[in-house]
Design a protein around this ligand. Structure first.
Ligand code: GH3
Ligand code: MG
Ligand code: MG
Ligand code: MG
Length: 324
């Protein structure tokens, strides 16, 4: 009976195809005080699965604190401890909350089975353990775990992609303007200014026209590296448009921002960009506009506009310079 109730207790990943995930590698913790039973379980599983056996709940918990496991198999008919308590402990700990638990119950022990499912174990086996069934259930849990991991990393990746400029790895314009607005609002409380740099590479179009778009891209990447190397951890560098970049500097006086801008300008102009393609090396210069919040009525748009006006002046007074 109990076997037919089976694995529908497991959370199903909606619409997901659980294909081509690796179900033959991983780490299992087997908590079982009957050594022959534990040995038989290990024999039923592929040798590529690393199995660790603990016969005692304190030792199992200690190990779970130190090591990562993909599945935990807990025998419910142990003499040395209460398997149910162990399972609820595993569920309550942050690092094992998501780890699949497979319990092993005596045939007819419906009470333990139901309680186990109540506290969130993922699946169960009934004694005597059928090796094939054990293998199948372990694989099912591994597949779900691997699949969930993949979903999580895909989500992480798409969040990253949503805020990042693909060519340079800097933040994108949309994310930067959101961040800037947040900082400006916060600055109204602290009274400390937010400073902003807008930079535009000088005569960038001729670089493209002369050496090709690919060389232009490499210049943008190297330029981005130099920005990142010359700002603080709290500053945010973003690609604002084609060859325009922005640095947002929280709690920063405009005089300090100008100094950073000047250092960056000199760092770009003073050291030719090495290229593995095209001309081999190129001298690049940049014009930078600086602006800072002034107290009342500041918005991201207004601050960007003022920095852009300063940039315009830098361009029209000879380029390769900083204007506040
Ligand atoms: P100025 O000193 O006035 O800024 O001159 P400029 O040539 O840099 O200015 P302009 O705005 O006319 O040229 C910008 C060029 O940047 C034009 C565009 O083709 C190029 N560009 C924009 N995005 C990219 C990109 O992603 N890769 C490459 N290689 N070029 C780009
Ligand atoms: Mg431009
Ligand atoms: Mg331009
Ligand atoms: Mg330009």
């Amino acid at each position: 009976r109990m076997r037919e109730a089976t694995s529908q207790q497991m959370g199903v990943v909606a619409g997901a195809k659980l294909t081509d995930v690796d179900t033959d590698s991983g780490r299992l913790l087997i908590v079982e005080d009957r050594s022959r039973s534990a040995d038989r379980m290990v024999e039923a599983l592929p040798s590529t699965l690393e199995c660790v056996i603990e016969a005692e709940s304190q030792a199992a918990l200690a190990r779970l604190k130190e090591e990562e496991f993909d599945i935990i198999v807990v025998s419910m008919s142990l003499e040395a401890y209460d398997g149910m308590r162990l399972c609820s402990h595993i569920r309550s700990q942050e690092q094992t909350r998501q780890t699949p638990i497979l319990i092993i119950v005596e045939d007819g022990d419906t009470e333990r089975l139901v309680r186990g499912l109540d506290i969130g174990v993922n699946d169960y086996l009934v004694r005597p353990i059928d090796p094939n069934e054990l293998l199948a259930r372990v694989r099912t849990q591994l597949r779900r775990r691997r699949y969930a991991e993949r979903l999580r990393s895909n989500v992480k990746l798409s969040i990253e992609m949503a805020v990042t400029d693909a060519l340079t790895g800097l933040y994108n314009r949309r994310y930067m303007t959101g961040h800037l607005s947040t900082l400006i609002q916060r600055a109204q409380g602290t009274g400390k200014p937010v400073s902003l740099l807008i930079m535009d590479i000088d005569h960038f179009k001729p670089i493209n026209d002369t050496h090709g778009h690919q060389v232009g891209d490499v210049v943008l990447q190297e330029f981005s590296r130099r920005i990142s190397a010359n700002i603080r951890g709290v500053d945010m560098a973003a690609r604002y448009g084609g060859e325009e970049f922005v640095v947002v500097m929280p709690d920063t006086e405009p005089a300090f921002a100008s100094m950073v801008a000047e250092r960056l300008r000199a760092e770009v102009a003073g050291r030719p960009f090495r290229l593995e393609t095209g001309p081999g090396s190129l001298t690049v210069t940049v014009s930078i506009g600086v602006a800072a919040t002034s107290g009342v009525g500041d918005t991201a748009d207004r601050l960007l506009k003022r920095a852009d006006d300063a940039l315009y002046h830098a361009k029209h007074t000879g380029r390769n310079r900083v204007v506040l």
